[in-house]
Write a protein that binds this ligand. Sequence first.
Ligand code: FMN
Length: 240
Amino acid sequence: MSLQDILDHRHAVRHYDPAQPIDAGVVKKCIELASLAPTSSNMQLWEAFHVIDKTVLGKLAHACLDQRSARTAQQIVVFVTRQSLYKQHAKAILDAAMDDINRNSPEEKKEKHMKLQTAYYAKLIPFIYSRCFGLWGLVRKVLAQCIGLSRPIMRQVSEGDVRVCVHKSCALVAQTFMLAMSEAGYDTCPLEGFDSRLVKKALNLPYDTEINMVITCGIRMPDGVRGRYRLPFSEMYRRV
Ligand SMILES: Cc1cc2nc3c(=O)[nH]c(=O)nc-3n(C[C@H](O)[C@H](O)[C@H](O)COP(=O)(O)O)c2cc1C
């Protein structure tokens, strides 16, 4: 399938065929492919809950406001953000970077490369991702404004900004998953219409997770797809 075919095939499907089961192994493979999506600073602060259990599917459908897409879904994948895992992820990335530098960097540049990676993942990232009821974000914001008086600096550093950044990355993973499913001939629908408390309860999620997207999966019924409407491209496209 070309990218055009994959994009043409993907639709938000609101009604799945109950007579056509989908292979959990294929769905799992699509989630694995989605892990190749880019994430900010490669932090990968997301997890996917792949639901195939009928009882949990029923609870999730109810949590998704009983939307038909969820009620008829064969399987559901819930993408969540795990911002609180930033220390563990930063350490794993730094360890991998050190290993890579040791094996691939020229001898005379090793020390410099290691210092740069350490400054980024052991100092800057913990500073950017740490939270304290908005206070750390405020400190970062004030600091960024002051430094920004004399040079360009990233200004989106409040706790709200960082949360958005984590969700953005997770949404790229979710989109990559939907494209992989489309390529496999399966259908999906991203849902934002859900009761997050009920979704968390159905999946027994840790308190610090945030639900990014619930994605229903199955094979479409003919009435499961609406006509596709996009605003004129000229309204979105700005050539500079
Ligand atoms: C973040 C997000 C949340 C969405 N939430 C819902 C939802 O709760 N229920 C629903 O029926 N469709 C939902 N959709 C699907 C959109 O309505 C759909 O993608 C849009 O109408 C375009 O249709 P298409 O995906 O078939 O091209 C959502 C899409 C996105 C990206």
